[in-house]
Design a protein around this ligand. Sequence first.
Ligand SMILES: *Cc1c(COP(=O)(O)O)cnc(C)c1O
Length: 483
Amino acid sequence: MDDHSRLAEPQAIRLRHAWDADHELMLRQAAEIAMDFRRSLNERFQRPERSFVEMRQSFAAPLPEQGMDGFAVIEELAALAEPGLATMTGPRFFGWVMGASHPVGVAADWLTSAWGQNCGNHAATPAAAACEEAAANWLLELLQLPGESSVGFATGATLANLICLAAARGELLRRVGWDVEANGLFGAPRIRVLIGEEAHATVFSGLQLLGLGHDRVIPVPTDPMGGMKLGDFEAAMKRGNEPAIVITQAGHINTGAFDPIGDIAEIARRGNAWVHVDGAFGLWARACPETAPLAAGMDKADSWATDGHKWLQLPYDCGFAIVRNSEAHRRAMAITASYLPAVAADERNPAHYVPELSRRARGFAAWAMIRAFGRQGIAQLVAHHCRIARRMARVLSEEAGICVLNDVLLNQVVVRFGDDDLLTKHVIARIQKDGICFAAGAEWKGQWIMRLSVTSWATSEEDADHSVAAIIGAWRQVQAEAA
Ligand SMILES: *Cc1c(COP(=O)(O)O)cnc(C)c1O
């Protein structure tokens, strides 16, 4: 038996030890494929052409024994995946609150992957750490949050919420003499968690992971738009004197509503409390003079979570965990090990503000996107989306049987058809089948609704008008079928 044949390199993939022309060809090919996809989005059906079941069949294959040339792998991946891709970056995608990964962010992201910097440590990668720090400073200025705050670059708002809540938990317990980072929660003094009844589901996952439990919260009643009722909050605060984490929301996922965060923070300050803001998209209202009044007083809070991949149009994944008390932030997150270079007191290490040590350098794309828009560009984008949302709401509500259920103050529109769950579901199904625009449904206050989120940089007024006409057309068709 010939032992050498087993050790020999597989035929299809030669183990290459240097950069060569084939690598360049493959990377260029990937860029071409990506650009073809993005170019096609305006004309495409605004939904995946194939279902999950079909896509599963496409990808079902035994583990390959032999390798394959990289160029062919990329072509195969693209051919298999494309029919099941959603048009999330398309101009008429209104399903869920998501951004649309702007080409500048994508390009910076390509560089980030190619540069391959492990962004844990500033000594190892000075460029990534410095760029992230610069982006963090810009972000605080854009969102008009306290300059002393620290910023962690996380995967998204889910993790950003968790990070902020970890800092809150640690700081509140430290104030009553308990070191939760060292000693954990067993035997710790109790802390309360007050939260609006219509908080986002992901906040509860944070509570669950932090040992605070998603069911032991004190829910605070909300008004018809989903904002916390101040009187009820004040009463709930007075009902106990244990330290309290107060979780507020800037931007309800259906209505776009804000909790009265400035007033909440005033009341909370009188107790031993930490006010956190889940502002995944709503925090960006502060970056636009027209919408800033909605988000006034929010700078009185202690921590803020927001997304980069929503209103800032960054590619996934990017979220920001912003904490006023940077010591508490660091205590909750910092990892220390002897092999990691030490950090001077005035130096910022990216890994100190997120749970991960090794991660991609998210600061490059964040820096590039803020640089590309500028303060004015971001303000214009937010204003543009809010204007489009109002326009869509106005035209929709002029049609008999269509009701817009929310005050459209931000970028969200809640629509119901014929005041009926089934009819509303039928219109949503019809719209998704037609593929002119994409919208999805939700159950809100016991009723089915269609949600429209205007958050794509690519959405024009014509796209909005085209989409509204399609929605009205779908509604008329559903009525005709029901008659
Ligand atoms: C989107 C969103 C989240 C979750 O953010 P991810 O980026 O999906 O992790 C949390 N809260 C609100 C209000 C949101 O809109």
